[in-house]
Design a protein around this ligand. Structure first.
Ligand code: IPM
Ligand code: MN
Length: 346
C-alpha cells in the first residue's frame, strides 16, 4: 500500500480545530484505496515561540522537507508581535519550499448566499505568485520614529520568477473549458514590474495560442470582481495583489470559511502546502465554532496534487452537497467534519 507522508502544522487559534476535521475527511477519502496517511505533527506557532523564541529552524525545515505534503491550519496570535510568525514561519515556509504558485480557487457553490445580489456564475482561480513581490522583505527604514522616517518595502520581480508562475497560470487556463487568462497588475504606475509581467504574459502566450489573454489594473479588477465576477477564469498576479484579491474573491463566494488554498512547488523539489485562506481567528478559538470547510477543500487540493484525482473530486462533491443542503443550520466544527467525512465515505 502506498503511504502519504504528511506534515501537519495545526498552528494557532482555530488551526488545530479545523485541521483535525481536515484529517478526518482525508482518511475518509482514501479509505479502501490502498493509500494510507501517516502524519507528523509540527508544533510551530505562538506557543512554541513563547516557549523557545523559535519560529522555524533549519532543522525544522529539513524535517518538513522529507514529507510528501504539508497541511497547515492557521498561523498568528495577538500575543505575538505582528510580523514575527507571519514572516518567520508562514512566509518562510512558502519561500524556503519554493511555493511559487499560490493557488486560490473561487467558486460560488449552489446554496451559498454571498453578499452580491446577482452574482451569476462564479468559478475562477487566482494564481498568486508566492515567492517574490513586496513580500520578500527587501526594504528597510531609517530615522524610525522621527518625523523624517523613511520606510521602504521594495517589490522584487525577477524574469525567472515571473515567467515560471505565468507559465503555470497559462497551463491551468489551457486545461479549463473557457481558456481565459487575466493578468492583474498596475503597469500604468508600477512601470518596471508591470511591464515585465506584461511582456512575460505576451511571450508565454505564444506557447499557449488557444488561451485568450486580457489585462486589468488591480483597482479595476476589484470593481469587476463585484460587478461581473463571471468574467474571470484564471487570474495571474503578484504576491501582494493576489493576497488582496483573494480575500475579496472569498467574500463574494461565501466568505473565508469556504476559501481554500494551495502553496504549490510545481517542480516538486519540496513538499507543497495546503491551507485555508483564513487566519487563526483567536476570537472564536476553542469554541468549536469555526467552519472547517475551507480546510477540507484544501484537502481536496492536496489530494489532487498528489494524484488522487478521484478522491479529490469526491471531497469537493461532498462539500458541494453539504453546502447545497446547509441552509441556515448551525453546526459545530466537529459536526461539519463528521458530516463531510460521512458523505465522502458514501
Ligand atoms: C494569506 C495571509 C498571509 C499572506 C499573511 C498571514 C502573511 O494573509 O495567506 O493570505 O499575506 O500571504
Ligand atoms: Mn491574505
Amino acid at each position: 500500500a502506498r503511504d502519504i507522508n504528511l506534515a501537519v502544522v495545526a498552528g494557532d487559534g482555530i488551526g488545530t480545530e479545523v485541521v483535525e476535521q481536515g484529517l478526518l475527511v482525508l482518511d475518509a477519502a482514501l479509505a479502501g484505496s490502498g493509500t494510507t496517511v501517516s502524519t507528523t505533527d509540527f508544533d510551530f506557532g505562538a506557543r512554541r515561540w513563547h516557549a523557545t523564541g523559535e519560529t522555524l529552524t533549519d532543522t525544522d525545515l529539513d524535517a518538513i522537507r522529507t514529507h510528501d505534503a504539508i497541511l497547515l491550519g492557521a498561523i498568528g496570535d495577538p500575543s505575538v508581535p505582528s510580523g514575527v510568525l507571519e514572516r518567520g514561519l508562514l512566509l518562510k515556509l512558502r519561500f524556503a519550499l519554493d511555493h511559487y504558485v499560490n493557488l486560490r480557487p473561487s467558486k460560488l457553490f449552489a446554496g451559498v448566499t454571498g453578499p452580491l445580489a446577482n452574482p451569476g456564475e462564479i468559478d475562477f482561480v487566482v494564481v498568486r505568485e508566492g515567492t517574490e513581490g513586496p513580500y520578500v522583505g527587501n526594504g528597510g527604514a531609517i530615522r524610525v520614529g522621527t518625523p523624517h522616517e523613511v520606510a521602504n518595502e521594495v517589490s522584487v520581480n525577477t524574469a525567472f520568477g515571473v515567467e515560471r508562475v505565468v507559465r503555470d497560470a497559462f497551463a491551468r487556463a489551457a486545461a479549463r473549458p473557457r481558456k481565459k487568462l487575466t493578468l492583474v497588475h498596475k503597469h500604468n504606475v508600477l512601470v518596471h514590474a508591470g511591464h515585465l509581467w506584461r511582456r512575460t504574459v505576451e511571450a508565454v502566450n505564444a506557447e499557449f495560442p488557444d488561451v485568450t489573454v486580457d489585462y486589468l489594473h488591480v483597482d479595476a479588477a476589484t470593481i469587476f470582481l463585484v460587478t461581473n465576477p463571471s468574467r474571470f477564469d484564471v487570474i495571474v498576479t503578484d504576491n501582494l495583489f493576489g493576497d488582496i484579491l483573494t480575500d475579496l474573491a472569498a467574500a463574494i463566494t461565501g466568505g473565508i470559511g469556504l476559501a481554500a488554498s494551495a502553496n504549490i512547488n510545481p517542480d516538486r523539489t519540496a513538499p507543497s502546502m495546503f491551507e485555508p485562506v483564513h487566519g487563526s481567528a483567536p476570537d472564536i478559538a476553542g469554541q468549536g465554532k469555526a467552519d472547517p470547510t475551507a480546510t477540507i477543500l484544501s484537502v481536496a487540493l492536496l489530494l489532487d496534487h498528489l494524484g488522487h484525482v478521484d478522491a479529490a473530486a469526491r471531497v469537493e462533491a461532498a462539500v458541494a452537497a453539504d453546502l447545497a443542503e446547509r441552509g441556515g443550520r448551525v453546526r459545530s466544527t466537529a459536526e461539519v467534519g463528521k458530516d463531510l467525512a460521512a458523505r465522502v465515505a458514501g
